[in-house]
Design a protein around this ligand. Structure first.
Ligand SMILES: [Zn+2]
Length: 218
C-alpha cells in the first residue's frame, strides 16, 4: 500500500471507530498499515480524535523511524505493531483501542467467549485470548502479545490484560470492521452473563458455517 493511500485508509478507519463507539471515551488509540515487506505507517501520537496526513510516521519493522516524528509516549508501541507484522506476513493493518466492552473483558482477564455467530463467520475457532499484563512496550509485553498471537493463529486479536484490545487483519477497513464485530460480541456476551452466561456452538458448527459460506460465494 502506498503512503497516501494508507493514511487515507487509516483516517477512514478512525471515522468508523468513532461512529461505532469503538474508541473509548478519550480516543486513546494507535493504528498502523503495512506499506511493504519492510515498513509500516503508524499514528505518531496517542490521541486519534483528529488525524491528518501528517499524523503518521513511516517506520521500518526493525523499529527504526524513517520519516516523521513519533511522540515520546508513542515510542513504546512501535515494537508491538512491528512485531505483529514480522510474525504475520498476511496482516496489513493493526488497531489498538480501549473499546469499552472488550476492555472490560481485558480488565477482568476474561477471554472473549466464542458465542456470537459473526465471530464464526470471521473465521474464529476459539475465544479471544488475554495476554498477561506487563509494562507497556516492555519485552515481556511485546513477547507476550507475539506468543499469544502465534498460539492462536485463527484469532485475529488479543486482549491486553488491564489495558485494551489489539486487532490485526488484512486492511485498515477490514481491521476496523472486525473490531466492531468483536466489540459487539463483547457487549452481547457481557449481557448474556446476567442470563446464565454465553453458550458456545456445537462442535460441528465450524465445518457447517464454512460450508454454507462457500456455497454462497462460489
Ligand atoms: Zn492503550
Amino acid at each position: 500500500m502506498e503512503r497516501h493511500e494508507a493514511a487515507t485508509a487509516l483516517i477512514e478507519a478512525v471515522r468508523f471507530l468513532k461512529d461505532n463507539g469503538l474508541l473509548g471515551r478519550r480516543a486513546h488509540a494507535n493504528l498502523s498499515a503495512r506499506l511493504n515487506a519492510e515498513t509500516m505507517l503508524l499514528t505518531r501520537g496517542g490521541n486519534v480524535a483528529s488525524l491528518g496526513e501528517d499524523s503518521f510516521a513511516v517506520i521500518r519493522l526493525d523499529g527504526t523511524v524513517v520519516d516523521g516524528e513519533v511522540d515520546p509516549g508513542n515510542q513504546e508501541i512501535i515494537d508491538m505493531h512491528a512485531g505483529v507484522y514480522r510474525l504475520r506476513p498476511d496482516v496489513g493493518a493493526i488497531i489498538h483501542t480501549h473499546a469499552p466492552y472488550l476492555t472490560a473483558y481485558a480488565i477482568a482477564h476474561a477471554p472473549l467467549p466464542l458465542a456470537y455467530e459473526p465471530l464464526l463467520r470471521a473465521g474464529l475457532t476459539e475465544p479471544v485470548p488475554v495476554v498477561p499484563w506487563a509494562p507497556r512496550g516492555s519485552e515481556a509485553s511485546v513477547g507476550g502479545i507475539l506468543q499469544t498471537a502465534q498460539a492462536h493463529p485463527t484469532v485475529p486479536a488479543v486482549l491486553l490484560a488491564n489495558h485494551g484490545v489489539l486487532v490485526y487483519h488484512v486492511s485498515p477497513a477490514s481491521t476496523a470492521s472486525l473490531l466492531g464485530t468483536l466489540e459487539e460480541a463483547a457487549e452481547l456476551s457481557a449481557r448474556a452473563a446476567t442470563l446464565g452466561g454465553a453458550a458456545g456452538f456445537p462442535p460441528e458448527a465450524f465445518a457447517q458455517v464454512k460450508e454454507r459460506m462457500a456455497a454462497y460465494r462460489s
